[in-house]
Design a protein around this ligand. Structure first.
Ligand code: SF4
Length: 405
């Protein structure tokens, strides 16, 4: 057995608790349960209040990226809580392995934990060959199950976002919990991969919560992946917008995965990279397109809006930027802004970590070309950092809300 396999087997055999952030709470709930069915013990953490942010700032300088500061703080808060056997606890993060500081997160965590928690291993999920010894192994079986989990999670997130502005919270939560229980009970069984059937059951459960013909103003949220989704990192941005009378539109997590896969294909075309893995990425790309099309089909005949086809998002992006731009969230942010504002979603919040150079260029920096293309677009960029309060952000959001399209 190689040392990587031995390491992950030890986490299983010795019942390590593996703490994971709640970036996308619904998708991560399903993904954690898939890994737990394989023998791991993943615990998703959902911090509240300022404490975790202050802990993060105490171990990582605030000129580092906001996501790494906040994640380190969330883990520190949990590790200091006294609820865990620290000799049998690990933390897990996902890494894209992009050209910016995202590739250094693991070493930053190790440095942050070195003094107080040197025994806590930091492991990662990545497909870029980073920190191989500590990166979770993925075979075809696990990969297919995880992709199905992302699709189900995306479908549920989409339906919840479209129901919650129009129906009581407890009814939407009940539908969500029923669907999650239905999926949880299938993990490990063949039926979990029967997407057609499971999509149909999810849509059926949400049918009484379909949005009316006359919709509230639609507001899209795009930007840096962690801050965009994590309610803790973005000070519950989606909840705030719903309270202000809007319907929130999020891109799917699958869209981000497709963006990463597409970039690997582009690297091969442009620079001759990924010669060996190219056929695998190509297959993966086609597979994701197929399963997304199945999800779209399941929503036919309802008033729920499906996610955009990824190929349309690529085309939308190419109207304003080259798909060779891939630092941070790269061309995906302007592509999503063009796709949204060319359709029904004219209002957009672009979230970016304070000091994140790549996403300021492709986020805030691309607002003008997007507006030139779609003059009705009402876009506001919002910066997030560990020391700021939500008051500043809410004031800027209110300016955008005053001009709702
Ligand atoms: S995208 Fe921005 S926030 Fe994320 S790692 Fe790169 S520089 Fe940091």
């Amino acid at each position: 057995m190689n040392s990587r396999k031995e390491f992950f087997q030890k986490l299983i055999d010795e019942h390590y608790t593996i703490l994971a952030p709640d970036m996308c709470p619904i998708q991560f709930h399903i993904l954690a349960n898939i890994l737990n069915h394989d023998g791991f013990n993943i615990k998703i953490i959902s911090p509240e209040g300022r404490e975790a942010k202050d802990y993060g700032l105490s171990v990582i300088h605030n000129d580092a990226c906001y996501p790494v500061v906040i994640l380190a703080g969330c883990f520190m808060k949990e590790l200091r809580s006294g609820n865990y056997d620290l000799d049998h606890t690990a933390v897990i993060i996902s890494q894209t392995g992009g050209g910016c500081r995202a590739s250094n997160y693991l070493s930053l965590f190790n440095k942050a934990f070195a003094k107080e928690f040197p025994q806590v291993p930091v492991i990662s999920i990545n497909f870029s060959g980073l920190e191989k010894e500590r990166s979770l192994p993925f075979g075809l079986r696990r990969g297919v199950k995880m992709l199905a989990g992302v699709c189900y999670g995306d479908m549920l997130m989409n339906l919840v976002l479209q129901s919650e502005p129009y129906y009581p919270k407890d009814e939407v939560e009940a539908a969500l919990n029923d669907c999650l229980s239905m999926l949880d009970a299938q993990i490990g069984k063949r039926s979990f991969l029967n997407k057609k059937k499971n999509y149909a059951r999810i849509v059926e459960r949400f049918k009484p919560l379909m949005p009316p013909q006359k919709r509230k103003p639609l507001v899209g949220i795009v930007g840096e992946i962690y801050v965009k989704y994590s309610p803790y990192a973005n000070n519950h941005l989606a909840d705030f917008l719903v309270k202000e009378g809007c319907e929130v539109v999020y891109p799917s997590l699958m869209e981000f995965l497709q963006y990463c896969i597409y970039n690997s294909l582009e690297d091969h075309k442009r620079y001759g990279k990924n010669k060996l893995s190219f056929p695998i990425w190509k297959l993966a790309y086609k597979y994701t397109l197929r399963i997304c099309a199945e999800a779209k089909k399941a929503l036919e005949g309802t008033s729920f809006r499906p996610y955009e086809d990824f190929r349309e998002v690529v085309e939308a992006g190419q109207r304003v930027i080259s798909t060779g731009v891939k630092m941070g969230e790269g061309w995906l942010i302007p592509a999503e802004m063009v796709e949204y504002t060319s359709g029904a979603v004219k209002n957009i919040v672009v979230v970016q970590p304070f000091g994140c150079l790549p996403n300021h260029i492709v986020g805030k920096g691309m607002i003008r070309p997007v507006k030139e293309l779609n003059p009705e677009a009402n876009i506001v960029p919002i910066d997030f950092d560990a020391s700021s309060t939500s008051v500043n952000q809410e004031n800027r959001l209110k300016l955008m809300l005053a001009n709702l399209a």
